[in-house]
Structures are given as C-alpha cells and as structure tokens.
Ligand binder design. Sequence first.
Ligand code: T4K
Length: 404
Amino acid sequence: MPSATEPWRSLAVCGGTPSFREPLHVGRPNQGERRRFLTRVNDILDRRWLTNDGVYVREFEAAIADLHSVRHCVATSSGTVGLELAVRATGMRGEVILPSFTFIATAHAVAWQGLVPVFCDIEPIGHHIDPALVERLVTHKTGGVIGVHIWGRPCDAVALEALCQRRGLPLVFDAAHALGCSLDQRMIGGFGDCEVLSFHATKVLNTLEGGAVLTNNDELAGRLRLMRNFGFRGLDDVGHMGTNGKMNEVAAAMGLTVLEDLERILAVNRANDECYRAGLGGVPGLGFLPFEANERRNHQYIVVLVRPEAALIRDELMAVLHAENVLARRYFYPGCHRMEPYVSATKRRTDLLPITDEVARQVLLLPTGTAVSTDDIGRICEIVRLALDTAHKVRSCLVAGDKE
Ligand code: T4K
C-alpha cells in the first residue's frame, strides 16, 4: 500500500509494483471487426488474386479518395514508398526543403532518390515547418518543398502553396498522420501537388503496412500508377521508370475493415484526448497542442510537452512511465538533422534549428487508441502527477536505479 506520508514509494522507479502488468504502447493497432477482415481474406484466397490492382485495392482507393474529397488515391506498399514515388513523380530535383522534426522516412525518401534534404526549422506552437523560414532557404539549387502535417494537424499548407507557386517549385505534403483531417473546410489530400498518407500498423487507420498518394492532378496520378508498377503501360510494355510500390489485397482488406470502424476509432481517440487534458491540464510545466476551430483532427497522438519549468525533465518522466510499463515515446527525437547520414552531411547546419532542438527535448507521446481505456489514462495521469509532485524523491530513486 502506498504510504500517505511517502506516496512516491508506490512508484515502480522507487520500488513499487508497476501499475500495468502488460506494456501500454503508443502505437497499438486499431483492428476493426476481425470476422469481416477474415471473410475478406477468405474471398481473396478463393479468387486467387492477391495483388496487382485487385478489387479490394480498388475499393479501398475509392473509399480513401472519397473520404478526402480528392480525385485520385494511389495506394502503395508503405507511406515511405508513397513519399518516394511522390518526390520522383513531381519532378523534385537538387535540394528539397523539409522539416527536420518529422519521422526519419520523410528525409530518407528524399535522399533515397539522390536528392539533398535541406532541413528547415519549425514554429514552436504546432511544430510545423515555418513558411517564412522556407522562403529564406530557397536558392537556385532548390528543387522542391515537403510540408509535414505533424500530429495530424495541418501545417500552413496555404502559405506553402503560395510560396511554391511563386517560385515554380513542386510541393508535396507528408500527411502520414493526417488521415481524415481538414483545414478551413478543405480536406487533407488536395493541397500541393500531392499528399501522402501512411497506413502503417500504428496509424489511426492501418493496412498492416501501406500508404497512399492523394492528388487532384490526373496526369500526376497516371504517372504515379505507372511508377508504382515498374512503369508497365500494358503487357510487355514498359513506358516509364518504376519500382514495385503496390499495395496487396490483404492489406486493402484490412484497410476496408478498419475504415468501417473509423467513426468509433475517432470517437475513442477524441475521448482519450479529452481525458488526458482533464487529467493533466493545469499541471505546472506540462503543455498540450492547441485545438484550432478551423481544423478537424483525428486525435491519433497524445502529445505532451514537458517544458523546462516542469519539476522533472522529459527523459526523467519517461523513465518513470516506462518503469510502470507505460511505453511513452519521444517522437521525433533528436530530429532528422541529428541522425545519420544527415548529421555528418549537414554538420555546419545542426545549430540552425533551435526550435526543432527545443521541441525535440520536450515532446512525450502517451498511449492512446482503442487498446487504451479511460481507466488506464486516469492511472497514467495519476502517475505523472505523483512523479512531478514528489520530483526530488523520484529523482533520487532514478539516480539510485542508475547506479545499481
Ligand atoms: N512520415 C511520417 C511523418 C511518419 O510518421 C511515418 C511513419 C512515415 C512518413 C512513414 O510511413 P510508413 O512507411 O511507416 O508507412 C512508428 C512506425 O513504424 C511509423 O510508421 C510511424 N511513422 C512512426 C511515427 O512510428 P516506430 O519505430 O516507433 O515503430 P514501432 O515498431 O516502435 O511501433 C511503435 C509502437 O507500436 C511500439 O511501442 C509497439 C507498438 N506496435 C507496433 C506494431 C508494428 C504494436 O503494438 N503492434 C504493431 O503491430 O515507428
């Protein structure tokens, strides 16, 4: 029993029993109704049509295009492959400006095409690439811009569109987090030349692995479809450079199944978000991302900022949670510019992203999704509050633990 006079002793880092027997993950998949998925898989096996533009992929593409009010959805084997296709198909060249505060795949998709990522700093409120800073980075070598709708909140897509139009630059959005989101009544999917979704297992809607490029540009969509399938125009007829970026039928069956459950998943995410805000709101030193009235969000990530004035630093709080079996994550620490191969290639530039560095030190993601209950969240909030209220004792426990 936790002692009333020494409450910190109930924390696992101070010798208490972990609050959760099984690990609570940030990215536990939302799975939809299993029976419906298995029925679809049986149908796929009965038809013996497993991939290559099958009926389930087509149905899934139509549903995703409809959800985002765009003309075309080109489903891919992963979000990363979708980004690689988008970078190539839009004709990006030379240096490509993008934020460093993103999953490493955004930068790799550029470098994998032999292009040079140029990392731009973010604004501190929404963690989005700052269009004013992009403008300053544009040179005669610039051959494209990638904006990232980080945490599912749209970046300043309108400003980036205006800039890229003025400068004649291709513009792609990494919308890996932004399924079903909108900005000023405009759905994600129709901004820039194209936008790329991820359907990785950990995303709000998953196809096990998968992604999609969304666009309203007919010609670009045609090129993406060719490139996704080795450049084949017809039997024995290759008309374009290409790769194998196809989504398979089982992946699409999963996507359709989760899509049927999407309203419930979004409702759970929203309720979880509210629960965390209620449980941690007002705790000194902790912050949340702001809600904006002009945007629709999928609440897929619970992003807590552990500010410098908090009683524990982010990594200490994360250690406390991990000991309780709450596997909080510090996405996207330390920023792409501090990872290889970019840290070596851009050594001179690493100090030029002060806001990225600051945000990467503060962000902590907490578990959410349909696998996490509001009771779990209540307990997580109690742990966080207790750890911060008794920070000096907790810090001693952490130091003692490190010495063992
Ligand atoms: N752009 C952005 C902005 C992105 O965030 C991403 C992917 C991409 C592009 C690329 O899209 P993809 O090519 O992946 O479609 C994860 C995901 O692997 C990655 O898809 C995602 N972003 C990123 C934010 O998170 P890790 O290295 O943290 O994954 P992992 O395996 O540690 O999984 C996270 C947690 O989820 C773990 O605690 C365990 C749990 N989990 C994971 C899987 C795979 C499960 O419970 N079940 C599972 O099946 O990157």
